[in-house]
Each structure stands twice: as C-alpha cells, then as structure tokens.
Design a protein around this ligand. Structure first.
Ligand code: GCO
Length: 452
C-alpha cells in the first residue's frame, strides 16, 4: 500500500475529555463543566470532566508513553476557558503555560503537535453572551485565536479550527444531547451554523497573519455513504446521497458545513429551503467563510449503505445487513468507510485529506496486565487498508489520526465507552497499553506495509 513517506500517522484527543483540573490554576468554567455538574442523570454514568485522565498533571508521562509507542503526530485541543476564563479579556497565564509546556514536551519527544482550537468546551461566559447566536462571536473567537497564535505559534504550526460543527450545533442546540443542551428553532440553527463558519474564517485569517509557516484545516464529520455494489449506478447514488442536503437533517449533511468553507457557496439544494433563515446579507459573508486551507480534515467512524433507486432522489438508504459487527457504541463496523470517504471527499473538495478521527469503542478489560482487544486490531487493519486502497487509486490523503490515544470521557456516555489505544483505570489512573497500540505502532513504523 502506497502511503507517502511523509504520511501523517497520529492519534487524537480533546481537552475536556482528558485534562481534568477543571477549576485549577485559574481555569474558568465551560458549558461541559456546567452540564455535567448541574444536570443530574444527564451523563450515563454520572461522569464529569473534573479529573478525567488527569492529563493536566500527567502530560509529561503521557507524552513519553506516546513517544515510546511510536506516535509522531498528536492532535489535541485547547480549552478556551483555561486560557481565557471569561471567554474574552483577562488572560490566564497558567493556562497558557500549560499548553506552552505541552507543545515543548511534544517537540522534545519528536511529536508534531496538531491543535484543534475548538473541541466543544465553550467558556460559560461566552454561552451567557449568546455564543453562536451572537454576531460578536466572530470577534470573540478571533480574540481567542489570536492569543493562541501569538503565544504558541512560534512552535505550533498545525491547526484545525473547529471540530465537528455538526455536533456543536446539531447535538448542542437541536437534539439537546450535548452542552449546552438547549433546543432551538430552525431559524436559530441556520444562523448559528452561518456564524460558526464565519468564526472558522476569522480564525484562518488570524492564523495566517500571526503564524509564519502555518498549516490550517477544518474538522467536520459526516459518515460516508457506501454503495452496496461496485456498479457505476450505485457509486453515483452513494456520491449523490453523501452530498445531498436534506432540509430536515441539513445539519448532518457534510455539504452544509463544508461547501461554504471549501467551495465558497452553500449547496443549492440547501438554499431552496433554508435561505429564508440565513441572516440578511449572508452572501457577502462567504468571502470570510471561504479561506484557503492547507488540508481538509474529517472524522469518520461508520457509514450508511446506499443503492440506486428509481425515485426522485435517485438513491435509497439500505439497512445494514443483519449480524453486522458493531462497536460498543452500537456503530456499525464498515471497513470501506475510509475508502469511500477518501474518494468522495478528495474528489469534491480537492484538498489533501486528513482523517482526523477514526476508531472504535470496545468493552476492554485488563487481564494479567494486558488488554487483548482483537476486535480493535481488526478494525484498524481493515479501515486503514481501505484508506490505502483509496490512496492507491489516486485519493490525496495526507494523514490518519486514531481516536483516541487513551480511554477518556465520552460526552453523554461518560466513561462507559473505551476508544483508547491505551486503557485508563479511572480509579487509579493507571495506564495499560492495549494490544491494538502495539499493532498501530507496527503499522506506523512500516508505513502501512505490514497490512499487506
Ligand atoms: C466526536 C468527537 C470526539 C468523540 C469521538 C467518539 O466525534 O464526537 O470529536 O470527541 O469522542 O468522536 O465519539
């Protein structure tokens, strides 16, 4: 399999899911602190981010372990309220020092840092001022970005602006399954999406202004559509289904959040129904939203199946076959997800693609000091092989980041889901390297050749 020699093999995490130290050294509260503390019964096991993996205190050991396991690229996120406790204004120097030390430590260990600016831990103060509903959000996000760029940009060159806008807006303000867990009108949701994309654009402008040699991406999600057969008709149907914007589920359609950012226009099928909700003068914002990017990142875990159909859409969704393998989350294991995702996304967006998350949760247990997670090994092997095939057939893929380096706080599911390559005992904070981590090390070291 022909992964290029500078292919970016890595792992990913996010601040709220691993750091803990939720109120230490001047950090301000985030909407996830508030949700997990205030809404009894909301999180499956009552978990909070108060301690999580205690990474704030253990980052040096954690990074040493990463280095030992052959990780060369690491995607983490910055907690906005840790560096700006009130969202804007006064800077928390201790928070900046934490991320500065983290970046130094990564570089000393030969690991290239990739920073996600926003992975969901919004400062409470910003929430109270209206967040994505308020046009001023663009300035607040800009101020935060400028702080990171000016303080860390001498060493930190790789940035992803916003993680999964679909989940931020769709789970946070529509389905109310994630913080701040409020239900909003369709009009508000459309406007929030638009402001969010402006925040992305503003961040890109500021990063380019402040960080020499910067490389920037954007990390939406969107499960690919996989054709049920290799026929040209089914492949066309899958492509169509993947990028169609259904006005009822528009939030979850990849084109809704990616076409404006990468192509500079809203998808036509979306505008028909949704233009009425966009703020007046939305067209002139497209210049800000549509900034040049160095790569397009996408988080991909599973897929839906599609075939050609004789109906108005020209396609239909086919249920997964009975008995299909599933992760502990219940997500179907579809090894061709990365194959089709890579093909369709590079074809449409024409940017080097980074798979910024991919992985599976399993009911892992430590037995005699070992975690034998054969199903995760099989998952990684098959998904990465699919990615390799897409590359062999011409897809421009720059990297792959396994989610996640270690078990962590899985949002509404608390600590009931284990996605890590490294097991964490949440009573003792003992880390145990899983068998899959050794396998991934081998894949990275051989640049995919061991998959043959
Ligand atoms: C997301 C996030 C991660 C999750 C991971 C597993 O996709 O929800 O980016 O924070 O933990 O995807 O669900």
């Amino acid at each position: 399999m022909s992964f290029s020699k500078d292919f970016l093999w890595g792992t990913a995490t996010s601040s709220f899911q691993i750091e803990g130290a939720w109120n230490e050294d001047g950090k301000g509260p985030s909407i996830w602190d508030d949700l997990t503390h205030d809404r009894l019964g909301f999180i499956d096991d009552g978990g909070t981010g108060d301690v999580a993996c205690d990474h704030y205190h253990r980052f040096r050991e954690d990074i040493a372990l990463m280095a030992k396991m052959g990780i060369k690229n690491y995607r983490f996120s910055i907690s906005w309220p840790r560096v700006l406790p009130n969202g804007t204004g006064e800077v928390n120097e201790a928070g900046i020092k934490f991320y500065s030390d983290l970046v130094d430590c990564l570089l000393e260990n030969g690991i290239r840092p990739f920073c996600t600016l926003y992975h969901w831990d919004l400062p409470r103060a910003i929430h109270e001022m209206g967040a994505w509903s308020n046009e001023k959000m663009v300035d607040w996000f800009g101020e935060y970005t400028r702080l990171i760029a000016t303080r860390l940009g001498d060493r930190l060159k790789d940035y992803l602006t916003i993680n999964e806008p679909q989940c931020i807006i769709g789970l946070g303000y529509d389905r109310a399954e994630h913080a701040p867990a409020v239900v909003s009108s369709k009009r508000d949701i459309v406007r929030m999406s638009h402001i969010l994309m402006k925040c992305h654009g503003r961040a890109v402008e500021i990063l380019r202004e402040c960080v020499p040699g910067v490389r920037i991406g954007y990390a939406p999600c969107g499960n690919p559509m996989v054709p049920v057969t290799g026929s040209a008709a089914d492949i066309d149907a899958a492509r169509k289904a993947y990028f169609a914007v259904n006005p009822e589920h528009f939030i979850w359609c990849p084109a809704w959040f990616s076409d404006p950012v990468v192509l500079g226009q809203y998808p036509q099928d979306a505008l028909k129904e949704l233009e009425q909700y966009l703020p007046a003068g939305w067209e002139k914002d497209l210049a800000l939203i549509h900034q040049p990017l160095d790569y397009y990142a996408q988080n991909i875990y599973t897929s839906m199946f599609v075939r050609a159909a004789d109906n108005a859409e020209g396609y239909e969704i086919v249920p997964p076959r009975i008995g299909i393998e599933r992760t502990l989350m219940g997500w179907t294991v579809v090894p061709d997800s990365l194959y089709w995702g890579a093909k369709f996304l590079t074809e449409r967006y024409k940017l080097p693609l980074i798979i910024s998350e991919n992985g599976m949760s399993c009911p892992d247990v430590v037995v005699d000091g070992r975690v034998q997670d054969a199903s995760r090994i099989s998952f990684i092997d098959k998904y990465i092989s699919g990615l390799g095939r897409a590359i062999d057939e011409g897809a421009n893929v720059a990297g792959y980041f396994y989610w996640s380096f270690f078990d962590n706080f899985e949002w509404k599911n608390g600590y009931t889901q284990r996605f890590g390559l490294v097991h964490v005992d949440f009573d003792t904070q003992v880390r145990t390297v899983k068998d899959s981590c050794y396998r991934y090390k081998e894949i990275m070291e051989t640049n995919g050749a061991c998959l043959k």
